[in-house]
Write a protein that binds this ligand. Structure first.
Ligand code: C2E
Ligand code: MG
Ligand code: MG
Length: 568
């Protein structure tokens, strides 16, 4: 089987071109060649067709290799450029290589041609894969992958810029937060695929109403944010009404009509706040007020603060829960894709509320953050997980344990000291512990987070970036952090078998991680196909329902003994 190769031959002599073609054919290539010998012809060929390689003579009557090289550079294309020439002289050869030619081969020594072609084709492929991965990840850093709308980071950026403009021009601006009502119900009854489709359709409807200078962003889950520069109270209320009206006609998903309602909170600059954090928080409070009274939209008022988010209601009880043992941990195995064996577990906190029953962590971690309860909570998790780790060790099970940290933990300069002390209490070496942190937690205060992370790193603890790809951070910054693992977010992994773009994202994340010398874990592996595909992509390890759900410690010991992924 010969290998097709598209060669742009910059060469005035037909005979010399034929020699090169013969050399390629002899080595198993099937070249499709176009020969050009002027700058116009080369330009046209570059624009109109796709090439794998440029092979160029040094000196031609109407053209030369340095000119051709310049032309290629200006085209912006990254193609291997190999000069094949008679004796042009060493000086010229060196100069051409400095200008970006990839090799310089003498016509009377064509045996060097094929190895050079092979090497350069390989290298250009590596370069392209790396560039694509970086580009995709950069996009992900600023956009929500489901809706392709700007994400929180980009929104915050734009909000901060808009505030500066508003200050300078002495004009108002409005910030709206919108939450879909009963979205969870839709998700639960129709399935998360349909829920996702709904979220994808909401953005464009809202966007269609707005000016080019306005921003619609996905703020998280079923929350959207709208930034309206140059807009005061009246304009904001009008826009909120228009948005609610635009959402009235049912959405069509898999031929099903779906009705959606939303609640919108409005915060205004400068009336309700002059900083981005402030405005976001107040829009959030107003949004909950709108939800509570079912009025569609509400503008922020200070009274709303006292009975603000419903989600804070549980907080009084969380304090007791920590003290009264209503909390417990489940452990979910992480499996090496290489050996197929368990390499560690992630500890996930659970709350069994005496009245409401099981409360998922997503519902109390955020509010615990806001109220500061996250500190005792994290200490409890750390203690419990390390004690368990010690028990396992006594039972002969050598298992690393990972726990999750949140924003405030990462700003707590005492954390490294506390962790060190606990490791000592349980006589565990620091490499038995892994800490998972999200990009958003780091970016909340990067300087301070770096200080805490460095402290933890110096103890020899493993550090992982959790939910990687949900795009809250700056990639450049990520490279500077002392982390050793990234965990690709489950939203990309769960559907990667059926969704090409998810596969592409996971592939990019793996390439990105490996490029930085990091290990890559995929979370949300729900079936064998996903496992196989991840293994083929070179991912290091995996976590997900396919291998095991998060389970109580006692069950884990049994799982280890019985499952194909166990230690034995
Ligand atoms: P996370 O750290 O990304 O944890 C992974 C979540 O994905 C867990 O949800 C886990 O049950 C779920 N999961 C694992 N495999 C699969 C799968 O194959 N399919 C699906 N659909 N889901 C899977 P969980 O336990 O509800 O935790 C949610 C989040 O709550 C965690 O996300 C973490 O951010 C936070 N969290 C949990 N425990 C703690 C804790 O002790 N401290 C802090 N600060 N945060 C915690
Ligand atoms: Mg985690
Ligand atoms: Mg995660």
């Amino acid at each position: 089987m010969s290998i097709p190769i598209r060669v742009l031959m910059v060469e005035d002599s037909e005979d010399d071109a034929a020699l090169i073609v013969r050399e390629l054919k002899r080595s198993g290539y099937d070249p499709a060649v176009e020969r050009v010998d002027t700058s116009d012809a080369m330009n046209k060929a570059l624009v109109e067709q796709t090439w794998d390689i440029v092979i160029c003579d040094y000196r031609m009557p109407a053209f030369s290799a340095p000119d051709a090289l310049m032309l290629l550079k200006n085209s912006g294309l990254d193609l291997p450029f190999i000069i094949v020439s008679g004796s042009a002289g060493e000086d010229h050869a060196v100069a051409a290589m400095k200008d970006g030619a990839h090799d310089y081969i003498m016509k009377d020594n064509l045996s060097r041609l094929i190895p050079a072609v092979e090497r350069e084709l390989r290298e250009v492929r590596v370069r392209r894969e790396r560039d694509q991965a970086e580009e995709m990840i950069r996009f992900l850093a600023y956009h929500d992958s489901l809706t392709a709308l700007p994400n929180r980071t980009l929104l915050r950026d734009r909000l901060e810029r808009a505030i500066l403009d508003a200050q300078r021009e002495n004009r108002p601006l409005a910030f709206l937060l919108m939450d879909l009502d009963r979205f969870k119900e839709i998700n639960d009854t129709l399935g998360h695929h349909r829920g996702d489709q709904l979220l994808q359709q909401v953005g464009p409807r809202v966007q269609n109403l707005l000016r080019g200078s306005d921003t619609v962003a996905r703020f998280g889950g079923d929350e959207f944010a709208v930034l309206l520069p140059h807009t005061g109270a009246e304009g904001a209320a009008e826009t909120a009404q228009k948005i609610l009206k635009a959402l009235q006609p049912p959405f069509t998903i898999d031929n099903l009509p779906i009705h959606v309602e939303a609640s919108i909170g409005i915060a205004l600059y400068p009336e309700h706040g002059t900083g981005s954090e402030n405005l976001i928080q107040r829009a959030d409070v107003a949004m909950y007020a709108a939800k509570r009274n079912g009025s569609g939209y509400v503008s922020y008022a200070p009274e709303q603060d006292q009975h603000s988010p419903r989600r804070l209601a549980l907080m009084g009880e969380l304090r007791q829960a920590i003290e009264q043992n209503q909390l417990f941990l489940h452990y979910q195995p992480k499996i090496s894709l290489l050996t197929g064996r368990i390499i560690g577990v992630e500890a996930l906190v659970r709350w069994q509320h005496p009245e409401y029953g099981f409360v998922p962590p997503d519902q109390f971690i955020g509010p615990a953050e806001q109220t500061g309860l996250i500190h005792p909570l994290t200490q409890w998790v750390l203690d419990t997980a390390l004690r368990q780790c010690q028990v396992w060790r006594e039972e002969g099970l050598d298992i690393r344990v990972a726990i999750n940290l949140s924003v405030r933990n990462l700003q707590d300069l005492q954390l490294p000291g506390q962790v060190a002390e606990r490791l000592q209490n349980y006589a565990l070496s620091s490499d038995r512990l892994d800490l998972e942190i999200t990009e958003s937690a780091i970016m909340a205060d990067p300087t301070r987070a770096l200080q805490v992370l460095t402290g933890l790193d110096q103890l020899g603890i493993g550090l992982s970036i959790d939910d990687f790809g949900t795009g809250y951070s700056s990639l450049g910054y990520l490279k500077k952090l002392p982390v050793d693992t990234i965990k690709v977010d489950k939203s990309f992994v769960m559907d990667m078998v059926s969704d090409e773009s998810d596969t592409a994202i996971v592939k990019c994340a793996i390439a990105f991680g490996h490029n930085l010398g990091l290990k890559v874990v995929a979370e949300g592996v729900e079936n064998r196909e996903t496992w196989n595909r991840l293994a083929a992509l070179g991912c290091d390890s995996a976590q997900g329902y396919y291998m095991s759900r998060p389970i109580p410690s006692a069950e884990l010991a049994r799982w280890i003994g019985e499952s194909p992924w166990g230690l034995k």
